[in-house]
Design a protein around this ligand. Structure first.
Ligand SMILES: [Mg+2]
Length: 366
């Protein structure tokens, strides 16, 4: 089948054929990168285009979904000639698709563990997570959010800063307890934590509720217009995706790929960390998530809860690293204890060497 009749063509395509000898250069956007496909003959078809894309991306033609290559409102079929589609040199085509090796990796059945022997790198939960984040259907949903979710910027990204993504409910705020004012339910040290984090991180707040509630809560807590730090933007439930896992069933999760896809030059898996009290929200990015202890029963726990105080310290410590992907955030407390130990040892040595009094310790004792 060739192109459909002219009267069936939608607004998103051009009906006129271009000259028979013309060629064009287009750009394929995939996985946050641009790939140039040059000297495409406009008399060739979509199948030929996909073969060219395969050469530069490694994604097989049958795995490619060219999201905005459309005819009559539908994705252009392989037989469709390029000269019937509104393509011009420089046109950017969004692609979703996975390479064979990634799909194979996602389909691997975890090996049976020997009885009584612990697997060093993974537990059963991790296997679910590893599989989910590479599934083509989920990556397509992420790309959809990158293409269609509109971010209302409050402040611009700052060059060289890392990215901190924060949940609200039970992470920054006890949203269930009764109180005269929202401020009574705010997690202790919230503003100190955000002010400290802002030095090294651009901050995004992402909550599984709608934007009106997020804006209202953040205004009540005096986060939105705080002079000591700036929030880059808020994300709501519309930026989340649903995934299916054997462990949790169908659940909504917070894929960081949405932010990475929107800001490919600023943020990636190497410089992003997300805090949430629900681990399943990290399913698409298990290595970038840190599960925070939930802050509940604010009136009872106000005095004791120092989670944000210690986490501020962790963020300072890891901000010196070039790559977060080698960290295991489950061990964050051990990490700062180790750092604290090293500092104390250094101070002790300096004191002995210089015979000077010990400098005041600005870090919290653990
Ligand atoms: Mg929460």
């Amino acid at each position: 089948m060739l192109a459909p009749p002219l009267d069936s063509l939608g607004k998103d395509m051009e009906c006129e054929e271009q000259s028979s000898d013309s060629s064009l250069d287009i750009v394929i956007k995939w996985n946050g990168n641009d790939y140039d496909v040059k000297n495409l003959n406009t008399n060739s078809d979509v199948k030929t285009l996909k073969e060219e894309i395969f050469k530069c991306t490694g994604v097989r033609p049958e795995r490619q979904k060219l999201i905005n290559l459309r005819i009559s409102g539908k994705m252009a079929p392989d037989e469709c000639l390029l000269n019937t589609i509104n393509l011009k040199t420089g046109t950017k085509i969004m692609m979703v698709g996975s390479k064979e090796e990634d799909i194979a990796e996602a389909s691997v059945v975890p090996p049976k563990r020997e009885k009584g022997r612990k697997c060093k790198s993974y537990d059963s939960e991790d296997f679910d997570e590893e599989r989910v984040d590479k599934m083509e259907i989920h990556l397509a949903k992420v790309q959809n959010r990158v293409d269609n979710y509109e971010i209302k910027m409050l402040n611009d990204p700052r060059p060289g800063k890392k990215l901190l993504v924060l949940d609200i409910d039970y992470t920054l705020f006890d949203h269930r307890s009764a109180a005269e004012s929202g401020l009574e339910l705010m997690r202790p040290y919230l503003h100190d934590f955000l002010e400290s984090a802002y030095e090294n991180y651009d901050i995004v707040i992402w909550s599984a509720t709608d934007m009106r509630w997020i804006e209202r809560k953040m205004t009540v807590l005096n986060v939105t217009n705080n002079v000591a730090y700036k929030i880059m933007f808020y994300l709501d439930n519309a930026a989340m995706i649903t995934v299916h896992t054997p462990k949790y069933g169908v659940v909504s999760v917070k894929p960081l790929g949405v932010i990475w896809g929107k800001f490919p030059n600023n943020y990636n898996k190497h410089n992003t960390i997300m805090f949430d009290d629900i681990r399943r929200n990290f399913l698409m990015n298990p290595k970038n998530g840190l599960k925070i202890r939930p802050f509940r029963e604010a009136h009872l726990n106000w005095e004791m809860d120092k989670e944000l105080l210690y986490l501020a310290q962790y963020l300072v410590e890891i901000s010196k690293l070039d790559d977060f992907s080698k960290l295991n955030h489950r061990n964050w407390e051990k990490f700062i204890k180790k750092g604290q130990y090293k500092k104390e040892k250094r101070h002790k040595r300096d004191r002995t060497d210089s015979n000077e009094p010990k400098p005041p310790d600005s870090h919290p004792k653990l």
